[in-house]
Design a protein around this ligand. Sequence first.
Ligand SMILES: [Zn+2]
Length: 105
Amino acid sequence: MFRQLDYKCQWYGRELVKIDRFYPSSKRCNHCGFVVEELPLDVRSWDCPSCETTGIDRNINAGKNILAAGLAVIVCGADVRPDNHSVKGQLRKTRTSRKKQKPRS
Ligand SMILES: [Zn+2]
């Protein structure tokens, strides 16, 4: 699945960082870090109730969050890699049992 990306990254001398698929990239405000409870897929832009930023574009916001998460992993080894679930098994369990999570598109 990541073979193409791996190849491209090696070609361009870039580092590939994989992010947890349950990382709330769309639902997290990239301005203040607030995470909204629900963000249905048909909502393309939203307003942050915490910092009151308006018109947050779902995809651009997610892109900024994923970039920030990837940089956090490289710089300080942040805990957003998929591999870390074995260590945080407890946390994963409560997250998935709460509600069925649809895979993000
Ligand atoms: Zn905010």
